[in-house]
Ligand binder design. Sequence first.
Ligand SMILES: Cc1ncc(COP(=O)(O)O)c(C=O)c1O
Length: 420
Amino acid sequence: MNKRQFIKTLTASSLTLPSFGKNYDKTMARFEQQKPEDLAQNEDFWAEIRKAYRIKPDYINLENGYYSFAPQETLEAFIGNVREINFQASYYMRTRQFDDKAEARKKLAALAGCSVEELIITRNTTESLDTVIAGYDWKAGDEAVMAMQDYGAMLDMFKLQARRYGIVNKIVSIPNHPKSDEEIVEIYEKAITPKTRLLMVCHMINITGHILPVRKICDMAHAKGVDVMVDGAHALAHIDYKISDLGCDYYGSSLHKWLSVPLGAGLLYVKKDKISKLWQMFGDMGYQDDDIRKLNHTGTHPVHTDLTISNAIDFHQKIGIQRKEARLRFLQEYWTKQVRDIPNIVVNTPANAQRACGIANVGIKTMKPADLAKTLLSKYKIWTVAIDYANVQGCRITPNVYTSTAELDKFVAALKELAA
Ligand SMILES: Cc1ncc(COP(=O)(O)O)c(C=O)c1O
C-alpha cells in the first residue's frame, strides 16, 4: 500500500461522519463574517459545534482541564488509525512510522509557532518538562526558581534534582489577583541570585487559569543569564500565541488537553542553541548533540495517537483559534461575572480579560473544596475538581467549546444556592 492509499484508508472512517453536525457548513457560511467576540455569544453557532461531540448525559462536564475528550470525527479517525496499524503491523512500523511522525511533527510545529527542528512529539507535558529538568548538567549549589502554584510532577522532579545533585529550589507564590504584570515579574526577579540557572513558569496556572506574562518574565530572566522553561500544558489550542513570540528556552504542552488529541500526546520545544547542552534521558546516540530528536527516544509506543494529531489539528482549525479563545473566555466570564460579588463566594481567578481565558476557580467560604465538588456532583450533577493547596481553595471549572450557557446557568444557580 502506498502512502496515498494508506492515508485514504486511515481517514475513510472519519469522512463518513457528519462534520460538526450536518448543518456545519451552512452555519459557517452564515456566521463567517462575524467577529470572534460576537460569535462567541452566538448559542446557535456553538450548538452546531456541540453536535460534533458525544456528550455523556449523566452530568454537566466542567472538568475538561484534565483532558478534553475528542469530538466524534477525531475519535473515529483515531479508531481507524488503530485498526490500520494493527492490520499493517510491523510492516508499518518499519516502513512508514518515522515519515508519518515527521509529518505530524511538521504540522504541529506550524500550529505551535516554532521551527520543526526545535520541536518533538512527546507523550505529555510531564515527559516534556521532566526531560529538560533531568537533562540539565546540574552542579551542587545551582539554583532553580519555580512557584508553589506549578504542577506537582515538575516540582517533584526539581526536588529529585535537589536530592541527587544538591541544587537549591527557590519557590515563590503567585497572587490570584495581581495589580500588574510587573508585580508578577518582580516576584520571580527577587528569587533570582547569581547561582540561578533555570526558571520554571506556567503559561496558564492549572488550578486557577491565571495567564502569566511569560514574555516579560523571559526578558527579565534572560537579562540575568537565566534560562526559562514554560509549562504550557493548558495554553496550546486554548489561547492564540506562537511559542517563538514568548522568547522562552523550553516549552512543554499536552495535546490531549485543549487540542483534544486522544490520550498520550505532548510536545517539547527547545530553542535551537539550547539543545546541545541537554542530556537525553534515554541513551539515544543516533543523532548529533544539537538535534532535538536525540531527546525523543521513548521506544515502541502507540503511534496511532501520534497519527491522530493531524486529525485533531484539522478539527481545531475548522473552529479556528481566535473563535475558540473568544468563546472560552466568554464562557468563563459568563459565569464568573454572575458570582464574583456574592459575599460568600470567592473567585480565585483574575477578572482582567487578558489574565484568564476558559479556566477559572471558585470557592465557597463556608465549604471545603472537596465538599463543594462532592455536592456539585451529587446534588446538581455537575462534574468539577476540588483544589485545596497554595493560595487556592475552590473548584476548578473548565468548560469546553461544546459547553452551553444553559449548562452554566445551572452551575451559577447551584453556586448561589450553596452560598446562600
Ligand atoms: C500546568 C500543568 N502542567 C503539567 C501537567 C501534566 O500534564 P500531563 O499529565 O499531560 O503530563 C498538567 C496536567 O494537568 C498541568 O495542569
